[in-house]
Design a protein around this ligand. Structure first.
Ligand code: TYD
Ligand code: MG
Length: 452
């Protein structure tokens, strides 16, 4: 006979507690425990005499047993580390309205010839049809299924045996074994656990969509992130058309890659050359703008850094940065003040990476400094110039990695000169590039060369 029991779960980390506590003992968050009733099935006790599942020597395992499913999307394949590993669980998180359902449906419709089960607990068949019409691809191999009962969904998945199951979203499905409402901590925990078991047993990958709460975590508990193999975050600014898919956890690949998409009237378009999207075309040169040759994962991207320096009108000077770490900005300002002798302590400094992109490549440093100096002196930096170097605390210009890729990208986009650290010069074949390489060791040299 199944029994019911009450337990308390932490909204933040999913830890279970038998009684209410003001503070979660696992993650230390205050007032995060919520009460939940669960139906507990009969537990088998003692050691079982089963021979169904036996340990296997590692040498007998065949590594080809988990081939990857090509998603026919260069961007997504790259973020996943070369396609979707069969039997893996991928969580796609993002704020409401960012385009998660669009991405998942578009992906499912594109995979012609591969059987796919697209489960939606959020939309009706009519809404799904409208979305599919908007994307404009028809695919007979993609089965749509509006259902929220997890056992029914898994039963269907077992019958159909598709190559991929999409669940939109984990907050809407519910398992009959748990007596709480969909989206609650214990439901999400139970459902993900069941999906995990099913996926590994049947070797079917699942793409699970999850909403992100206002606090920025994938709703509700972090436990979901521990259970799945890969966590993808779909992010972007509502004010910009492009969206970025970023892997924040990946058991089968790197987490440094990003995929860039542009939201259009007919679904998402892959952006294969992001620099073109991020660099603004200008007629005139304006002060306070410098371009950095950065890397996102294995891909070079040119990003425009914009700075505005003005006298602090109201007491304490303001320092703010959009898309760039403000602590790093403060450090760079201190270097400019102490090592190069620029008096910026009484000035407001605003920094922005154009296009709403966020980046933390140290190679941005030189570009940030140059943009700040350009704005402060009101002198422009020629449009054909870009930068790729880190700044040390002593004011020295330090080398950065993957320098050839950065130079090649800058050259491809029509830049005529690039400022680099002298320490990057060794091993670089100057005949390979037509772009002029200006090697520097100190900030003063850049300053003199730019604004002579
Ligand atoms: P949606 O996929 O519903 O977001 P989510 O599932 O993350 O909540 O997409 C939301 C937005 O995308 C919505 O504002 C409409 C827009 N959109 C387009 O611009 N073009 C399209 O082709 C589609 C399908 C949606
Ligand atoms: Mg949706």
């Amino acid at each position: 006979m199944a029994k019911t029991k009450t337990a308390w779960f932490c909204k933040e980390c999913g830890a279970e507690s038998p009684k209410y506590l003001g503070r979660c003992t696992a993650c230390g968050t205050w007032n995060s425990l919520v009460e939940q009733t669960m139906v507990v099935g009969k537990k088998t006790s003692g050691i079982q005499d089963s021979v169904a599942n036996l340990p296997i020597p590692v040498g007998e395992l065949n590594s080809d047993e988990s081939p990857r499913l090509d998603l026919r999307s260069v961007e997504l394949n790259r973020v996943l580390g070369g396609g979707l590993v069969t039997g893996s669980l991928v969580l796609l998180g993002g704020e409401p309205g960012i385009g998660k359902s669009t991405l998942a449906l578009q992906l499912s419709l594109r995979l012609k010839g591969t059987s796919i089960l697209y489960v939606s607990g959020e939309e009706s068949y009519r809404q799904l049809k409208l979305r599919a019409d908007r994307i404009g691809i028809t695919n007979q191999d993609c089965l749509l299924y509006c259902e929220t009962d997890l056992e029914t969904i898994l039963h269907q998945a077992g019958q159909i045996n598709p190559r991929l199951v999409v669940i939109d979203s984990i907050q809407t499905v519910l398992s009959a074994d748990v007596e709480s409402s969909p989206g609650s901590v214990s439901q999400i925990r139970e459902c993900t656990g069941k999906i995990l078991q099913f996926a590994k047993k049947n070797n079917i990958p699942f793409l699970i969509i999850g909403h992100i709460t206002k606090e920025g975590s994938i709703a509700g508990p972090k436990i979901l992130e521990h259970m799945v193999d890969t966590v993808l975050q779909f992010e972007g600014d509502q004010n910009y058309v492009y969206r970025i898919v970023r892997a924040i956890k990946n058991r089968f690949g790197s987490t440094s890659e990003i995929g860039i998409f542009e939201m259009q009237q007919s679904g998402l378009r892959e952006v294969s050359n992001p620099s073109e999207l991020l660099l603004t075309q200008r007629e005139n040169e304006i002060s306070g703008i410098a371009v950095a040759a950065t890397m996102e994962g294995n891909r070079p991207i040119l990003i425009e850094t914009q700075a505005l320096v003005s006298s602090a009108a109201y007491g304490t000077p303001q320092r703010s940065a959009i898309g760039f770490d403000v602590r790093r900005l403060n450090m760079l300002l201190a270097v400019l003040e102490k090592r190069v002798g620029f008096k910026l302590a009484f000035k407001d400094v605003f920094l922005n990476l154009a296009g709403g992109i966020k980046a933390d490549d140290p190679a941005l440093d030189l570009s940030v400094i140059s943009a700040i100096l350009s704005s402060d002196l009101n002198l422009t930096i020629p449009q054909g110039v870009c930068f790729a170097a880190e700044i040390g605390l002593t004011g020295e210009i330090r080398p950065v990695g993957r320098i050839e890729q950065r130079i090649a990208e800058a050259q491809k986009l029509g830049f005529t000169a690039i400022y680099l650290s002298k320490y990057n010069q060794k091993g670089l074949d100057p005949k390979r590039f037509t772009i002029q390489m200006r090697f520097v060791t100190r900030v003063e040299e850049v300053f003199q060369s730019l604004f002579r």
